[in-house]
Design a protein around this ligand. Structure first.
Ligand code: HEC
Ligand code: HEC
Ligand code: HEC
Length: 83
């Protein structure tokens, strides 16, 4: 959780977390420990995508992909190629 708390996450990501706490508690635990959660980067910031992405699918009313490509990381990390 960031210093600004829950409100610093997008509405979309708040939705993901509130359900995934039970749907995939392991993923949420790992995320909570990460620098991403401490810097306001939520699930949707990585998994969110558009219909143009061939890996996109509709999940609980939002368009996401399970696969997170290096291009999506590069939005925030110019130069990151792999992880
Ligand atoms: C109302 C509950 C709910 C909400 C809201 C929700 N999910 Fe899920 N999600 C699930 C369930 C249940 C599964 C299936 C879990 C499993 O396979 O064990 C799942 C699966 C997934 C998967 C894995 C799909 C796969 O093919 O392996 C991803 C990635 C995912 N969710 C991301 C998100 C993201 C990102 C958000 C927010 C935009 C979100 N979810 C919102 C319940 C939810
Ligand atoms: C920094 C980017 C990032 C953030 C933030 C993030 N994820 Fe992921 N997520 C990934 C990547 C990368 C993968 C691995 C995809 C792959 O294996 O191709 C993944 C995989 C997953 C999977 C599939 C796990 C599996 O083993 O099948 C689920 C479910 C998931 N994430 C849900 C979430 C949820 C819920 C949140 C928020 C609590 C979240 N993610 C936050 C990048 C992220
Ligand atoms: C929405 C913006 C955003 C996205 C998308 C994003 N990140 Fe990050 N990432 C951040 C921020 C912010 C930090 C914290 C930077 C800091 O600590 O100075 C960070 C930190 C990291 C770190 C350092 C973590 C540590 O514990 O030292 C790694 C590694 C990383 N990101 C990898 C990734 C990968 C891989 C992806 C794609 C799957 C990704 N990020 C997607 C914003 C993002």
């Amino acid at each position: 959780m960031t210093s600004k708390g829950w409100a610093s996450f997008t509405k979309e990501s708040q939705k993901c977390v509130s359900c995934h706490k039970s749907a995939t508690s392991f993923v949420v635990k790992e995320w909570k420990k990460s620098k991403h959660s401490k810097n306001g980067v939520g699930c949707y910031e990585c998994h969110g995508t558009t219909k143009n992405n061939p890996a996109a699918y509709k999940h609980m009313g939002l368009i996401i992909s399970t696969l997170v490509t290096p291009e999506q990381c590069a939005r925030c990390h110019p130069g990151v190629v792999k992880e």
